[in-house]
Write a protein that binds this ligand. Structure first.
Ligand SMILES: [Fe+2]
Ligand SMILES: [Fe+2]
Length: 226
């Protein structure tokens, strides 16, 4: 379990350790690259939010691990679900995809990660109004760590290039989040918006540009960068 300060190293080393422990010997490289970039971006955003919320160092260490590894369960499904580059998922595949929260938790448990990390990963797709998964938890029944990751994960997903759609502009992503704010803890989302409008967010903007530029190349998506 690497808990150092280099974000890429932290996500990469931990994902590889989880794979080894789970006996996963191969994964589609592009999926792995995307998962690492996404984990790093969510981790960076979560860190800014935790600092703004003045959360304890112990909590931060746990949630940063969870942020970097929250989608590790998806990679176990990589050969079934990924490898596709142009289409959104079908309904049955979507059901399968939803297993990634529990899969990720179980993989991390097998490696001896702390309970706080397992809990944060398992609940990162719960919605504040109770419409999420896996347990339809609502409000503050959802762990704080998962509510924080939820806001950051949603934003990072929207502004990232996907095989089946282009990345949304930052402001468009925020507007979409406002429209779907019933899914989010409003107190945390408002804190996120404060950071979003601060200079600190430049780090996230630059990382998104860096990660998306790699994907334009990988996926052959036509894009003009000015
Ligand atoms: Fe996820
Ligand atoms: Fe995610």
């Amino acid at each position: 379990m690497y808990t150092g300060t280099d974000d890429f190293q932290m996500v990469y080393t931990n994902i590889m350790g989880v794979f080894k422990n789970a006996g996963i010997s191969s994964v589609i490289k592009e999926d792995l690259d995307d998962a690492i970039d996404h984990g790093v971006m969510v981790m960076k955003t979560v860190r800014l939010l935790c600092e703004a919320l003045e959360l304890s160092d112990g909590f931060k260490q746990s949630i940063l691990l969870a942020a970097g590894l929250h989608d590790v369960g998806k990679l176990q499904l990589s050969h079934v679900l990924y490898g596709r580059k142009k289409e959104a998922l079908h309904v049955d595949e979507m059901r399968y995809m939803r297993m990634h929260a529990a899969n990720g938790r179980d993989m991390l448990r097998g490696c001896g990660y702390p309970e706080g990390v397992l809990e944060a990963v398992y609940h990162h797709h719960e919605n504040y109004d109770g419409s999420g998964y896996p347990d339809n938890l609502a409000g503050t029944k959802i762990p704080l760590s998962s509510r924080i990751i939820k806001v950051c994960d949603l934003f990072c997903a929207l502004v990232s290039e996907r095989p089946y759609r282009a990345a949304f502009e930052f402001d468009t992503a925020v507007e979409m989040m406002i429209e779907d704010s019933k899914d989010l803890d409003m107190g945390i989302f408002l804190e996120f918006l404060k950071i979003y409008h601060s200079e600190k967010f430049e780090e996230i903007r630059q990382y998104a540009e860096y990660a998306n530029a790699k994907k334009h190349y990988l996926h052959g998506v036509e894009s003009v960068v000015i």
